[in-house]
Write a protein that binds this ligand. Structure first.
Ligand code: IMP
Length: 199
């Protein structure tokens, strides 16, 4: 019998969902739309714990294997902040462009190169409460002004190492190849495959 390759992405961030759907080639990647609302636990400062808890909460609720990630931007001159709190940086009420602007203000006195990295822990959770994780990182620098329209979050002010372009100016497939998320989910996939396609 053909294995069931359905995987649900446990995220309400449409940018992340799009990327995970592209990265997990060969799976039938579903969103949470159409499932009962999932009660996600409050996120703290531990990427792996956050990712596992999101994936397992969604898997228990949907009855299907679920993937989630917890990710963030770590800026060297900010001591690694905002890190796992990147989605909430600047406080409630800011959208992605607002957070970008806030970060540029905070870094205004810091001379380039302003080293930073994106970091991601990807998790797959199962309805029995078990989970697997893998990590990925993407090094680069923070630019002085936003550039580009693609991607999401801090992509307009992040220039990956080895590129003269902001992440938001890079072709999406190329972003998947070099991104923290692409690396983390490709590292996670063999563990998913062992459970989903045991032969
Ligand atoms: P969380 O993993 O849902 O807590 O949110 C991660 C946050 O980190 C996002 O909302 C973005 O602000 C930022 N982030 C994570 N990955 C990326 C990326 O690939 N591009 C730009 N920003 C990202």
């Amino acid at each position: 019998m053909a294995p069931d390759l359905r995987i649900v992405v446990a995220s309400e961030n449409p940018g992340k969902c799009r990327e995970i759907g592209r990265i997990l080639v060969g799976y039938s990647v579903l969103s949470l739309d159409g499932f009962d609302p999932v009660a996600f636990p409050e996120e703290g400062g531990d990427y792996a714990l956050n990712a596992r808890e999101k994936a397992v909460a969604a898997a228990r609720s949907t009855g299907l294997p679920c993937v989630a990630d917890d990710s963030g931007l770590e800026v060297e001159s900010m001591g690694g902040a905002p890190g796992p709190y990147s989605a909430r940086y600047g406080g409630p009420g800011l959208d992605d462009p607002g957070r970008v602007e806030r970060m540029l203000e905070e870094l205004a006195g810091v001379a380039p190169p302003r080293f930073a990295r994106f970091y991601c822990v990807a998790a797959c959770g199962w309805p029995d409460g078990t989970s697997e994780t893998a990590e990925g990182a993407c090094e680069g620098v923070i630019l002085e002004a936003p550039r580009g329209e693609s991607g999401f979050g801090y992509d307009p002010i992040f220039q990956p190492q080895g590129f003269d372009l902001a992440m938001a100016e890079i072709d999406q497939e190329e972003k998947d190849r070099l991104s923290h998320r692409g690396r983390a989910f490709r590292a996670l996939e063999p563990a998913m495959a062992r459970r989903i396609r045991p032969d």
